[in-house]
Design a protein around this ligand. Structure first.
Ligand SMILES: O=P(O)(O)OC[C@H]1O[C@@H](O)[C@H](O)[C@@H](O)[C@@H]1O
Length: 309
């Protein structure tokens, strides 16, 4: 394993609200800077910095520091993730696509939908590679913007690594405050798909909380299908889901979605509510719906491991 010297990190995390649009100095310093042979930072859309991971095996991933959002995961020259055509890269709104973070709240609640982590700037704090397979670690800390919404000191670390046909993310939240806090969270993964042909296996027998028709009052049920499809609007939480589920994206790819400590799975397809692109993706989200309670200095870690089979 080789740890690269760090050449890229941002000064204190700012929010979209506090931060000004990125000025030329930030944008120009971001263009094509090598962190090492396998990790590069360059200007992405809208001049927003993104880390590009390239494995010796040909696979690649891109991560925007805005939102700590993985926007692309390419295996065999095919991007298995999906960014919606209406996604904006202005740092004024979360990036709609890839793997947005929902933290410290999943869904609707006292704060904005899905929390604030997806609309704050994360920093690169580490990078390494193992036999030509790169990894980068991003960090998000509390800032005046997050404090104005959720008045706690925290550190979130997000390690993203790729191998020949895998993308692994490790998400760790530490309570750096002097008082306890609790949160819910998810990785809101958008997979490129043919929604009408896509299906998910492995959820049979799970308790379901169906957010359709009222996301604030989900209806309890039980999944009795071996193969769950997306015939129309789908917005459903699978509670205590297994550690492994399988996505057939309807385009010829099978993706195994393994996890450690992400206890729940959410399936979402907006159907006609996002008419322009609902046919082209499905969301299969590893989530932690029941709030995690952390005492001062305690951490919580969860891993998501995607592999194209
Ligand atoms: O449009 P957003 O804020 O990214 O959220 C999209 C969807 O995200 C899903 O995770 C939720 O279950 C849905 O209820 C929600 O509509």
């Amino acid at each position: 394993m080789v740890a690269a010297p760090l050449t890229w990190s941002f000064s204190p995390t700012t929010s979209a609200v506090e931060s000004q649009p990125r000025g030329p100095s930030m944008a120009s310093s971001a263009s094509e800077e090598n962190v090492d042979n396998y990790v590069k930072v360059s200007d992405g859309l809208g001049g927003l910095p993104k880390a590009i991971l390239s494995s010796v095996h040909g696979s690649e991933a891109e991560i925007y520091l805005y939102g700590g959002c993985v926007t692309s995961w390419r295996v065999d020259n095919t991007d298995l993730l999906y960014v919606r055509p209406d996604a904006v890269f202005t740092a004024l709104k979360p990036i709609s696509g890839g793997i947005p973070h929902c933290f410290p709240q999943f869904g609707a609640g006292p704060m904005q939908q899905h929390g604030f982590a997806r609309n704050m700037n994360w920093s690169i704090v580490d990078s390494e590679h193992v036999d030509g397979n790169p990894a980068v670690t991003l960090e998000l800390r509390d800032a005046p913007y997050s404090r104005s919404i959720w008045d706690y000191s925290f550190q979130a670390l997000y390690k993203v690594s790729i191998d020949r046909n895998t993308l692994t993310t490790e998400f760790q939240v530490t309570n750096t405050d002097e008082k306890p806090f609790s949160f819910s969270t998810a990785l809101h993964t958008y997979f490129r798909a043919s929604a009408s042909g896509a299906s998910v296996k492995g959820l049979k027998g799970c308790k379901t909380l169906n957010k359709d028709p009222d996301p604030r009052n989900p209806v309890e049920g039980m999944e009795d299908r071996d193969v769950v499809t997306f015939p129309g609007f789908v917005d459903c939480i699978y509670v205590d889901a297994p550690e492994e589920v399988y996505l057939d994206n309807g385009l010829g790819d099978w993706i195994t979605i393994k996890n450690r400590n992400w206890s729940d799975v959410v399936l979402w397809n907006p159907h006609l509510t996002i008419e322009s692109c609902y046919k082209d993706f499905v969301c299969v989200e590893n989530a932690k719906i029941q709030e995690v309670q952390l005492q001062p200095n305690q951490s919580w870690t969860a891993v998501q491991h995607l592999s194209k089979t």
